[in-house]
Ligand binder design. Structure first.
Ligand code: HEM
Length: 282
């Protein structure tokens, strides 16, 4: 299906997939659809990805609710804060660190196994399997839950895929719970550790007043951060690296530009020096 769509889009920039479903393949539409002040609401299909649980920033359809959630995390996403995080922005390790100050150590250990209730869970496998199976039927709109139930009833394979998705939810709840515990303990003892993660934005507003979010909403927002922050960045980096390998001229040009941004004896170029490099930014 994805391949067919890709092939058709080479000729047609806009395709109608269903009476109310359009697919765009023109780069200009990104700003029109997702840009600031866009009149496009989120798709009702988004609500289905909440899986009956609490919606998070990405799948909340109601505009006011969405705006409330955006305000909550706007400080965390502000460029000046992300600059602090940039050097780590690669993988699940990075996003767990950025969102929760959690050092998963996946890169160091070369494995993304995580222990939950004495059980070994493969973080990426559970995330991918759940998303893959739900992406197959999410386009069915109102039929989503029915098809999910049916697939669980009749296919042991699909049942296990849904089960893996559920395990990812469990891991998220565990990590959010651990971070919440730390946050509450710090508030109690007034011994604040110097952290610069996103989590406090969910607990208190800018004035330090408690937001009083329900635990399910904290879990949902943590889930979208860990989910959307990991694969998107990894895919973008993988593609950039692929094209650089295929195009040695571009690789050389970029390498020269970045090398010149290093100070003498520097191991890591500072963000201040790399943020305006024209070829890197192009
Ligand atoms: C190259 C990397 C990335 C790409 C291509 C990407 C792509 C997208 C797209 C297309 C959307 C809009 C989805 C929709 O409304 O239907 C989105 C929303 C979102 N992304 Fe990303 N993303 C990337 C990195 C990240 C990172 C690193 C994070 C977290 C730290 C993140 C968190 C979010 C959140 C929370 C939303 C929902 C925003 C809202 O609805 O207001 N994304 N992303």
């Amino acid at each position: 299906m994805e391949e067919q769509l890709h092939a058709l889009h080479k000729t047609y920039p806009i395709l109608r997939l269903a009476p109310y479903t359009l697919s765009f393949a023109d780069i200009r539409t990104i700003k029109d659809i997702y840009g600031h002040g866009s009149p496009c609401p989120k798709d009702d299909v988004d609500a289905l990805t909440a899986g009956g649980g609490h919606p998070h920033m990405l799948n909340v359809v109601n505009r006011e609710e969405h705006a409330r959630k955006r305000r909550m995390l706007s400080n965390a996403f502000a460029a000046r804060n992300l600059q602090l995080f940039w050097s780590n922005l690669f993988t699940v390790d990075a996003i767990a660190d950025i969102a929760l100050s959690k050092r998963l150590g996946f890169l160091d250990s070369g494995s993304n196994d995580i222990i939950m209730d004495g059980q070994v869970i493969n973080f990426l496998d559970s995330l991918h399997r759940g998303n893959r199976v739900s992406s197959r039927i999410i386009g069915a709109g109102g039929w989503f839950y029915f098809l999910r139930g049916l697939s669980m009833m009749f296919s042991p394979y699909l049942r296990s895929q849904w089960g893996h998705g559920g395990k990812f939810g469990g891991v998220v709840r565990m990590l959010a719970g651990e971070r919440l515990e730390e946050q509450l303990q710090e508030q109690e003892t007034q011994e604040t550790k110097k952290r610069s993660d996103f989590f406090p934005c969910l607990i208190d507003d800018r004035n330090g007043d408690p937001r009083g979010l329900e635990r399910v909403e904290i879990d949902a927002e943590t889930s979208i951060l860990l989910d959307s922050g990991a694969d998107t960045t990894a895919t973008a980096l993988t593609n950039v690296i692929y094209y650089l390998i295929k195009n040695p001229q571009s690789q050389k040009k970029l390498r020269n530009e970045v090398s010149n941004a290093f100070s003498e004896n520097g191991i890591v170029a500072s963000y201040a020096k790399v943020k305006n490099l024209p070829y890197l930014k192009a």
